[in-house]
Design a protein. Structure first.
Length: 202
């Protein structure tokens, strides 16, 4: 770092922000909430999401899907869709290997929404009956709902609740998926350009 400081200050005559400057591996530093990593096999540089970006995304999801949400599920879905599309407009340049992170964010959103639905249903009896209506076997629904004193958050990831409200349950209600946005954007990036029009001047 000392030798770089001398070069930047003396040769390039630039100022250095000590709080934001360091010498480290590219993946250990973040720039505009991204970090870089070199693929040793194909010798290309990948753009990844920084750890700070992931933490902030999880925090924002919690803000948009509070457990005390008093509105309808559809209104909550519309609200989070606005953020998802805006967030991906900026972070959609991340490499394809970030699909795992995007899937985790999508799964977390669905669990938060399940918790909201369960909170709306309120009573264990109502929850069990609605799970049965959504296709869960009666014995499984009643058994898991009444198996100990589970909080709404703990119950939101119970197998019976996952089966009753799978991915399709929320996509039918218009929930946007980050993995779909990312897949579509990368398809546009890597799609071959149309052949250039050639005029015959003969």
């Amino acid at each position: 770092m000392a030798s770089l400081e001398r070069f930047i200050r003396r040769r390039m005559r630039l100022k250095i922000n000590q709080a934001k400057s360091a010498v480290a591996l590219p993946e250990a530093r973040h720039f505009l909430r991204f970090c870089l990593r070199r693929d040793p096999q194909i010798q290309t540089v990948e753009v990844l999401l920084s750890q700070r970006t992931k933490r902030l995304a999880m925090a924002r999801i919690r803000e948009l899907t509070p457990r005390s949400w008093g509105g309808t599920l559809d209104s909550c879905v519309r609200r989070i869709n606005v953020w998802l599309r805006g967030w991906h407009q900026f972070f959609g340049i991340a490499a394809a290997c970030e699909q795992f992170t995007l899937r985790a964010l999508d799964a977390h959103i669905r669990r938060r929404l399940r918790a909201i639905v369960l909170k709306h249903w309120r009573r264990p009896r109502t929850i069990a009956r609605n799970l049965v209506k959504l296709g869960v076997k009666r014995q499984s629904a009643w058994g898991q709902v009444y198996a100990g004193r589970k909080s709404t958050w703990a119950l939101s990831h119970a197998p019976a609740v996952d089966r009753a409200m799978p991915v399709k349950y929320f996509t039918e209600r218009g929930l946007t998926r980050l993995v779909d946005l990312h897949r579509d954007r990368r398809r546009d990036i890597i799609a071959p350009r149309p052949a250039q029009l050639v005029l015959d001047w003969r």
